[in-house]
Design a protein around this ligand. Structure first.
Ligand SMILES: [Zn+2]
Length: 477
């Protein structure tokens, strides 16, 4: 159902949009927004990411997209790109943002390229891809699972999406709401077990579970883009913290955000665009261990659409829209392994995709090889903070960030509505808390950063947000 506005309000908005005199001489221009969707579905037969085994795509459940939003106010232009991918590695994000800067003048510090983390997209980077790619070349002289250079294709498509979004800039009315998910669809996936250990995904109805080892983030943050003339919602950015691994199989799919968009289009019209930013869900998924059975991607998307629709209804205009950005780079040490450990991992490397070793042992070998693939003994984690208005900001972070870190940022943020989005501009694996590192289990075995890096990332995000709050209302920005 399109939002119905009283006609006097529509008139007022129409007047404001068509150049009503600014309230004060210093008032900034209105915010403009433009967006575009491009298809980034790889060809069939391409290798798929998400698990420790080889899968090749046999079909398309629903197409994968890169969705770009450009926001512009006065001389500040920012771009946010959401990709239906497991991750975007640093070198792809860097090259893409450089091309965007060259072509459109939006600097990398004001542009964030994010992945939703779907587990039914292409495997185009990382240590597992490297292994399977090399094995294929040894066997066939070429890699039949890579009929195209996907990274190059992706770069091109993202740049194209940002260009189209810029062409479509138009005045919008921005509204914002933060609601609680209803019903609960997300769960912490780490548990204290009766034997004193912590285990991830211990299985449903497992009698040895004591309780979850961490919280969830129940918030659904929604930024709504309304048509300023008739108040109709044209699109919305939703941020929610729940792992996108609900489809599986060998057909491409954008996972539950696809069904979120389908459901929202039923309510708000076919032209409605749903952007999905994945919240900090390194340790959050959709599995309720207290019951049997799991919700499908479609059920999850539709239930989430219920919460998003409530948010769209309840959303209030963003207070004093004033676009500004802050960018930080945090250098964080990586884990260190001895030469002997690296040699042993290299020897065992082919076993990461076989079942000949225990799962966590395979994960550890994978992690050591991922560190070799990446190189260096530290990593630069980029933080982007985008102020939308006095009460609203978006923060983007690399990696699969544990929910506690996102909650820390939200709680201490000077903004009433803080959207925290993970897997931005790099995919260096899990970013656990120090507590989780002490407790162990899958995510920390898989993680490449040294303990403490996550806390430093969160501190930097907060510092960036605070710097933007300090200058809120400063018309020169
Ligand atoms: Zn995952």
């Amino acid at each position: 159902m399109p939002l119905k506005l009283p006609s006097w309000l529509s008139l007022l908005i129409a007047f404001a949009a068509t150049g009503g005199a600014p309230a004060t001489p210093a008032a900034a221009q209105e915010v403009q927004a433009g967006w575009a969707l491009v298809d980034i579905t790889p060809p069939l037969g391409y290798r798929m990411s998400g698990y420790f085994r080889e899968r090749r795509a046999t079909g398309i459940k629903d197409p994968l997209h890169a969705k770009a939003i450009v926001l512009k106010q006065d001389d500040v232009t920012v771009a946010l790109v959401f990709c239906d991918l497991i991750g975007v590695p640093w070198y792809v994000s860097r090259a893409t943002r450089r091309a965007i800067e060259d072509r459109y003048g939006i600097p990398p510090e004001r542009c964030s390229v994010m992945a939703t983390h779907t587990h039914t997209g292409p495997l185009y980077f990382g240590a597992i891809r490297e292994l399977l790619h090399r094995q294929a070349i040894e066997k066939h002289g070429r890699d039949p699972a890579e009929p195209v250079d996907y990274a190059a294709f992706l770069e091109e498509r993202i740049v194209e999406a940002v260009g189209k979004a810029l062409d479509r800039l138009r005045p919008v009315r921005l509204r914002v709401a933060t609601v609680k998910q209803e019903p609960q669809i997300s769960f912490n996936r780490r548990f204290y077990m009766k034997n004193g250990t912590v285990r991830f995904n211990p299985g449903q109805l497992n009698p040895n579970i004591v309780r979850p080892a961490g919280p969830i983030d129940p918030e659904v943050n929604v930024l709504v883009f309304d048509d300023p003339t008739d108040g109709r919602p044209l699109g919305a950015l939703t941020v929610f913290a729940m792992h996108l691994d609900t489809v599986g199989g060998t057909e491409y799919s954008a996972d539950y955000p696809y069904h979120l968009e389908v459901a929202l289009r039923r309510r708000y019209g076919e032209g409605f665009v749903s952007f999905f930013g994945t919240g900090t869900c390194g340790d959050i998924n959709h599995i309720d261990v207290t019951v049997r059975g799991r919700r499908s991607a479609q059920e999850l998307g539709e239930l989430l659409a219920g919460s998003v629709s409530r948010a769209i209804k309840a959303a209030r205009p963003v207070d004093a829209p004033s676009l500004a950005t802050a960018h930080r780079v945090v250098r964080v040490p990586l884990q260190h392994y001895s030469q002997a450990e690296i040699e042993e991992a290299r020897r065992q490397y082919p076993n990461i995709v076989s079942r000949s070793l225990p799962f966590l042992e395979r994960v550890r070998i994978y992690k050591i090889m991922a560190l070799q693939w990446r190189g260096g003994d530290s990593i630069d984690l980029e933080v982007h903070a985008f102020r939308i208005g006095h009460d609203t900001a978006i923060v983007t972070l690399p990696g699969e960030v544990f929910v506690d870190l996102g909650l820390q940022i939200k709680r201490a943020s000077p903004f009433k509505h803080t959207f925290v989005i993970e897997l931005a501009n790099d995919a260096p694996g899990y970013i656990p808390t120090e507590k989780a590192f002490r407790e162990g289990s899958y995510e920390t075995v898989n993680s490449r950063i040294a303990p403490g890096g996550g806390e430093r990332l969160a501190a930097s995000a907060l510092e960036a947000l605070r710097s933007l709050a300090d200058t809120a209302g400063d018309s020169t920005r």
